[in-house]
Design a protein. Structure first.
Length: 348
């Protein structure tokens, strides 16, 4: 029976910790080792963590006396503690779906070339809303690492929330830990690193994890500043990845250009929509345009840049009042929605 090490970093999530650990100790078909790391929480995480370690065989608990931050805590568990065939990083506010680990392990046991398995993560607020998950009916799609990298660069964004990922232990140890200089989007850079050295599989038909959405959730990016920061951090991710892999990834320069172009197009389209909504200042349209030009040398030749020029000539008030470009925006949203649905269906 294969062993899966699960690292559970926790900072002031004591109220979510029992459900998280229960979703781990109830996994069938695999042996599970759990390490809860309390990063100097100010709530009762220490008491809850110690109680869980006492109650469940295979669950360990340790506490930082001084807060070390997410990245150091992740790496402490992934590289300093984990020694098993497979490893998972699971935030204390998230949960694994029933059968998640046996599905992922079964796929990787059968194909040694696969270094990472992920699937669909259902976003939820209340545990009572979670669906029942079949333990047996599932399918999966296998991607070469090169193909997975190419699609991520063409899209320019992350498709993985994080709790749904199971990584082969030797692959995790070979690629190393999370980079301290990428605190906001380092998970995307990690997936790129893994795809650079192994193949990837995506579990279909059943969810692999449950991602809890709440006021402190890292997934929330609601303000214009948050969205701009997200663009900037994703650019840092691709730059860092290709800086370290320019000589080891085939067509690295081309892939880097694809990622930069994707981010530029996204920024320019957001600037276009700012004119359509008459929120040029609020949505930081000028900064989005500057970002696009800075990250992509051919930004001014992109169709989104020409669309922005047309809106600029009319001005945001007229764009908003006439909704002259609304049909184009609707068509684009439908096209993007259809493409994203297609990619999501295949885990891309």
């Amino acid at each position: 029976m294969s062993t899966v090490d699960v690292v559970v970093p926790c900072h002031n999530y004591a109220k979510y910790l029992p459900a998280c650990v229960q979703s781990l100790v109830s996994q069938a078909g695999v042996k599970v080792r759990v390490l809860i790391i309390d990063d100097a929480s100010s709530d009762d995480t220490a008491q809850v963590g110690e109680r869980l370690a006492t109650s469940h065989r295979g669950v360990e608990f340790r506490r930082h006396e001084v807060n070390k931050g997410n990245i150091a805590t992740y790496n402490e568990g992934l590289l300093g503690w984990s020694t098993s065939e497979y490893v998972v990083l699971l935030s204390a506010d998230d949960m694994l779906a029933p059968g998640s680990l046996s599905r992922a392990v079964g796929i990787m046991d059968a194909d040694p070339s696969i270094g990472m398995v992920y699937g669909r993560a259902i976003h939820f607020e209340e545990e009572s809303a979670l669906p029942k998950v079949s333990m047996t009916e599932f399918a999966f799609t296998r991607f070469t690492g090169a193909r997975w990298l190419e699609v991520r660069c063409r899209a320019g964004y992350n498709v993985i929330a994080s709790p749904e990922v199971v990584v082969r232990g030797r692959i995790q140890r070979s690629v190393g830990g999370y980079r301290p200089e990428l605190p906001h989007a380092g998970d995307l850079e990690m997936w790129l690193r893994i795809a650079a050295v192994s193949n990837i599989a995506y579990v279909r038909r059943v969810p692999q994890a449950f991602y809890r959405v709440h006021s402190d959730s890292m997934l929330r990016t609601t303000t214009a500043r948050d969205k701009f920061l997200d663009l900037y951090e994703r650019k840092k991710v691709f730059d860092a990845f290709f800086q370290h892999h320019e000589h080891t990834v085939a067509n690295a320069a081309c892939l880097h250009d694809l990622a930069s172009r994707a981010l530029a197009r996204e920024a320019l389209w957001r600037a276009c929509r700012a004119y359509d909504r008459d929120k040029v200042e609020e949505d930081r349209a000028s900064e989005l345009e500057e970002f696009a030009i800075a990250v992509c040398p051919v930004a001014r030749s992109l169709p989104e840049y020409r669309a922005l020029g047309r809106r600029r000539r009319l001005g945001p008030v007229i764009c908003n009042r006439t909704q002259l470009f609304a049909p184009t925006a609707v068509v684009r949203r439908i096209q993007r929605w259809a493409l994203q649905k297609r990619w999501q269906r295949w885990g891309m």
